[in-house]
Design a protein around this ligand. Structure first.
Ligand code: PLP
Length: 396
C-alpha cells in the first residue's frame, strides 16, 4: 500500500517548484506563484482519474470525513452507521460532528454487511459510513439499494481504497460523497492530506467553505470574501499537494505492482485448505494493498501470526488484537458516556459502547489476518516470503 516507497525525483521536483515560489498557501496571492497551483492541479487530476465532478483537498483523511459530514448537514442527534473494523478516525469524525456512531455487523467482505446495516437503522439514521477496508469493497449493490430505499446518505470512507473500483466505477464515487487519505502510509501520499469527492455542487461548495473558516473563495481578495457558514482550518498546503501531484501520476503503476505482487502470493497459497480468502464482490476492482484471509479458529490465527512474525515476514496484521482498527480496543470510544471529555455536547441517549454486541464481526475479525503488499519487493523477496508463509502453515 505505501506510495512513499516510490518517492523519487518526481516528488522532489514538484516540492522544489513550490519552494522556488517560496510560497505555500493554496489560495490567492496570484502574483507570487508564477502560475503554480499544486492543490488545484491535484484536484483536477483527481476529478479526471475518478471521473467525478468535484474533488476538494483537505489536510487529512480525518478532516475529509469531518468536512463531508458537515458539508452534508449531518450533526447533532443524527445517527451514522459505521463498521467496528476500520481505522478509528471513521468513528471519531462522526463524534466530532456531534452525531452518534451506530455500529453494525461486517461480513466476509470485511466491510459492513447489508443485513447488519438494515438491522441498525432507526428513525434517526441519516447516513451509512461505508469503509472500503484494506482496499476492497462490500456488497455494493445491496448496500446502495437499501440506502436508497431508506433515504440514507451513502458516505464512502475510501481512505485505504484509492484506485479501487466496483464494476469499473471508482470506489469513493458510488455514494453521495467519498473521502480519501493521503497520509504517510497510504496508497499515495502527500505526507499528510485528504480529499472529498462528490457529484453534488452543494456538498462541494459547503466542503470548500467549511475546510477554510467558512471563506466563500469568490474573487481574488481574501480580505473581501464572505463567510456564509462556520468552518475550521482543514486546508492542505501547496507542499503537501505538490507531493500528491507526483504520487497521483504514479497511481496506475502502483496499482499494477500491487496487483502483480498480491496475485503471486495469493495463488501460491491457494492450495492451503484452512485459508479462506476475504470475499471480493468485484475482484478486478480490488486495489490490492493487502491480502486478507480467515482461518478456522481465533487460536489458529494468533498462532500463524506469531509464526509469521518469528519467521521475519513483516507487514502482518492481526487487527482484532491491535489498538487502532477494531472496536474492542477503542477505549476512548467505549468511554464516550463516561470519562472521555468531548468538546461537543453529545446526545444523552448515546449507546453504551462498552456493551455493543457484534458476534458476527468478532467471529470474523478474531480469525482474520492481513498481509501488507509492498511495492519495493524483488521477485526473490516475494519467493522467500511465499516460502516462509507456506512453512508457517506446515507446507513446503
Ligand atoms: C488512514 C485512514 C483514515 C484517516 O486518514 P488520515 O489522513 O490519517 O487522517 C480514515 N479512515 C481510514 C479507513 C483510514 O485508513
Amino acid at each position: 500500500m505505501p506510495g512513499f516507497e516510490l518517492f523519487g525525483a518526481e516528488e522532489r521536483q514538484e516540492v522544489a517548484d513550490v519552494m522556488a515560489n517560496g510560497f505555500t498557501f493554496r489560495y490567492n496571492f496570484d502574483g507570487m506563484r508564477n502560475g503554480r497551483w499544486k492543490a488545484a492541479e491535484m484536484e483536477r487530476m483527481l476529478q479526471d482519474r475518478l471521473q467525478v465532478r468535484h474533488a476538494h483537498l483537505v489536510s487529512s483523511g480525518t478532516a475529509a470525513l469531518q468536512t463531508a459530514l458537515a458539508a452534508s448537514g449531518i450533526g447533532a442527534g443524527d445517527e451514522v452507521i459505521v463498521p467496528p473494523f476500520t481505522f478509528v478516525a471513521s468513528v471519531e469524525a462522526i463524534v466530532m460532528a456531534g452525531a452518534i456512531p451506530v455500529f453494525a455487523e461486517i461480513d466476509d467482505t470485511l466491510c459492513l454487511s447489508p443485513e447488519g446495516i438494515e438491522a441498525a437503522i432507526t428513525p434517526r439514521t441519516r447516513a451509512v459510513n461505508l469503509v472500503h477496508m484494506c482496499g476492497s469493497m462490500g456488497r455494493i449493490d445491496q448496500i446502495k439499494a437499501l440506502c436508497d430505499r431508506h433515504g440514507l446518505m451513502l458516505l464512502e470512507d475510501a481512505c485505504q481504497a484509492i484506485g479501487g473500483s466496483y464494476h469499473g466505477q471508482p470506489l469513493g464515487t458510488l455514494g453521495q460523497v467519498g473521502c480519501f487519505s493521503f497520509d504517510s502510509v497510504k496508497t499515495i501520499s502527500c505526507g499528510e492530506g485528504g480529499a472529498i469527492v462528490t457529484q453534488s455542487e452543494t456538498i462541494y461548495r459547503n466542503a470548500h467553505m467549511f475546510s477554510d473558516h467558512g471563506h466563500d473563495h469568490l474573487g481574488n481578495d481574501r480580505g473581501a470574501e464572505g463567510h456564509p457558514i462556520m468552518g475550521l482550518n482543514f486546508r492542505i498546503s501547496e507542499m503537501n499537494a505538490a507531493l500528491g501531484v507526483a504520487q497521483l501520476r504514479k497511481l496506475d503503476d502502483i496499482l499494477a505492482i500491487q496487483r502483480r505482487h498480491k496475485t503471486m502470493i495469493k495463488s501460491a497459497l491457494a492450495d492451503i485448505d484452512e485459508i479462506q480468502f476475504r470475499h471480493l464482490p468485484d475482484p478486478a476492482g480490488d486495489n490490492a494493498g493487502f491480502l486478507s484471509f480467515m482461518l478456522p479458529t481465533a487460536a489458529r490465527a494468533v498462532e500463524i501470526n506469531q509464526k509469521l512474525g518469528s519467521a521475519g515476514v513483516d507487514g502482518c496484521f492481526y487487527w482484532y488484537g491491535n489498538n487502532w482498527h477494531y472496536l474492542k480496543n477503542w477505549q476512548h470510544i467505549q468511554q464516550l458516556k463516561g470519562p472521555a471529555k468531548l468538546p461537543v455536547a453529545l446526545n444523552s441517549d448515546l449507546p453504551d459502547y462498552r456493551h455493543i454486541a457484534l458476534p458476527q464481526s468478532d467471529h470474523i475479525m478474531s480469525r482474520t489476518l492481513s498481509l501488507l503488499i509492498k511495492l519495493s519487493w524483488s521477485e526473490q523477496a516475494i519467493a522467500e516470503r511465499i516460502h516462509h508463509i507456506r512453512r508457517a502453515f506446515g507446507q513446503n
